[in-house]
Design a protein around this ligand. Structure first.
Ligand code: 1HE
Length: 268
């Protein structure tokens, strides 16, 4: 049975429920450029751990204010003067949050504006779809700050743009934006209007897919990519056995068979 999202327990995130199971999850520390402190990461873990069971069908992930996210809360980190062990455990909670996002089975559409830098890019890269507008820019300033990535950039950013481009970004502080960022694979969509409006439109569209189909898209593809080819082929067949025979798909298949379903046509 579906539970419900308790929006009251979140403070560093603002959670807004819209129609058809679409939720807007916004980083809500604009005065700190939505820098990721320990509490924000815990709220991300909490929301995304239960999202599918709580009836969340698609998420728009956004940042309040002019910047999506400035990455690790550098002031908190500096003040805490952490030991290696302490910071390793901070990073493990980041991985917990971002893995819950990537593998959680709920479509996450990131609406990116302004700075998407450092850990902000790591967060964005755990989303399934990234939308940018003319304000958005990507960077990995860790090299210049005397630190390194710890929230999965070595995995997800290098997966998106390739290892050598990621090395260049973090070593040189290189910034990417606009169509070039899309061409490199940092985002799938660029819009002339606001990234938020476009992300909402895409989330509404994703939410119209069957939940089990979205679960496979937003979980299985990532898992399968971690496997050997032989294992992935086997696991894909098992997943398709479950998803492609779901009773909820019968009506959609029938409407194709009786020629009432929309056909796939080229873009006009
Ligand atoms: C912050 C942070 C932050 C802003 N941690 N407090 N990330 C970075 O190296 C990015 C650092 N931030 C920036 O380069 C700029 O702040 C921005 C380009 C994002 C925005 O510039 P701007 O001019 O709009 O804002 P600002 O004046 O720099 O900052 C406004 C406030 O936000 C200010 O706080 P205030 O109390 O003095 O008003 C800043 O201190 C605060 N702020 N960014 C803490 N990041 C798991 S490892 C991950 C590794 C990383 O992510 S390294 C971080 C990389």
């Amino acid at each position: 049975m579906l539970k419900k999202v308790n929006t009251q327990i979140y403070h560093n995130l603002e959670i807004e429920e819209r129609d058809n199971g679409v939720f807007v999850v916004s980083l809500n520390r604009p005065s700190k450029r939505n820098a990721l402190d320990v509490d924000t990461i815990e709220e991300l873990v909490s929301f995304f751990s239960g999202a599918h069971q709580n009836g969340v069908r698609a998420v728009v992930l956004a940042g309040k204010g002019d910047h999506f996210c400035a990455g690790l809360d550098l002031v908190e980190h500096w003040k805490a003067d952490r030991s290696p062990d302490e910071f390793m455990h901070v990073c493990l909670r980041w991985h917990e949050a971002f893995n819950k996002m990537e593998y959680g089975g709920v479509p996450i559409i990131a609406a990116l504006n302004g700075a998407v830098v450092g850990g902000g890019l790591e967060l964005a890269s755990a989303a399934h779809i990234r939308v940018i507008d003319h304000t958005t820019y990507f960077a990995l300033p860790e090299g210049q700050r005397g630190i390194f990535t710890g929230g999965g950039a070595t995995i997800r950013v290098s997966d998106m743009i390739g290892k050598s481009r990621m090395i260049d970004m973090i070593m040189m502080g290189r910034v990417y934006q606009g169509q070039e960022a899309v061409d490199l694979g940092l985002a799938q969509y660029i819009t002339e209007g606001s990234s938020f409006e476009k992300a909402l439109e895409l989330a509404d569209k994703a939410a119209q897919n069957l939940p089990l189909t979205n679960y496979a898209i937003c979980s299985a593809i990532s898992h399968l990519n971690n496997m050997s080819g032989m294992d992935a082929a086997y696991a894909e067949a098992v997943i398709a056995g479950v998803v492609n025979t779901q009773p909820a798909a019968r009506a959609r298949l029938e409407s194709f068979a009786n020629k009432t379903a929309k056909r796939v046509r080229p873009n006009s």
